[in-house]
Design a protein around this ligand. Structure first.
Ligand code: SF4
Length: 210
């Protein structure tokens, strides 16, 4: 099944790699389509590539990615267990004093890129989607998502059994001291909740078989 899904994703990734549907095509280095196990029951969706991701073509490979890996590992999850992507596949940035700075993707950019994510969701058919940060939760759970109040809760969604949101690792890295430890703990807990939900779904299905 994983091979079939990989084969189905390949032409979508190929199409995205040459995409010119929004202005982010002009400033990107590489399209960051997503990677991991397409047969995973858990799909992780962030906001968009940053500098390191743009240079490598891989999602979550900078400091935020290292933090995500740590928090996954605390739940006994590795990248081989999950599929990771973003709501936009190209880096959104602005130029300041000839330096590129990350910026949130615009609604028009997010909308232009959405068909790629929709096709990923259709092919992967995850059981649980974990949205990292409010732009991802806004796009996939509901608009005006209040990340501080609504993270850690499960929502019924049409493209998976459930979606849940967690704080984005890049936001967590901007905190210091006890605040850092507190918000980091929420990411570990939210990943753990997503993992447990997958286990619950599978247990419930196993019961209905016998
Ligand atoms: S962000 Fe998405 S829609 Fe825009 S150019 Fe990149 S792949 Fe195409």
């Amino acid at each position: 099944m994983a091979d079939e899904k990989r084969e189905a994703l390949a032409p979508v990734a190929e199409e995205a790699s040459a995409c010119q549907k929004c202005p982010l095509a002009e400033t990107r280095t590489l399209v960051v389509f997503g990677e991991g196990n397409p047969d995973s029951p858990l799909l992780i969706v962030g906001e968009g590539p940053g500098e390191r991701e743009d240079l490598t073509g891989r999602p979550f490979v900078g400091r935020a990615g290292a933090l995500l890996d740590e928090c996954l590992a605390e739940n006994r999850i590795t990248r081989k267990h999950v599929y990771i992507t973003n709501i936009v596949k190209c880096r959104a940035c602005s130029s300041e004093n000839s330096r590129k700075r990350n910026r949130p993707p615009s609604t028009a950019e997010t909308n232009a890129c959405r068909p790629y994510l929709d096709r990923q969701l259709e092919i992967i058919r995850p059981r649980v989607v974990l949205c990292l940060g409010s732009p991802s939760a806004n796009a996939l759970i509901h608009t005006n998502f209040r990340i501080m109040q609504e993270r850690g809760r499960f929502f019924e969604v049409p493209f998976a059994d459930y979606a849940i949101a967690a704080l984005h690792p890049a936001y967590i890295l901007r905190q210091g001291g006890q605040a850092f430890r507190d918000v980091r703990a929420t990411l570990v807990a939210d990943i753990g909740a997503a993992r447990l939900k997958v286990v619950e779904i599978r247990k419930a299905e196993a019961k209905t078989l016998f």
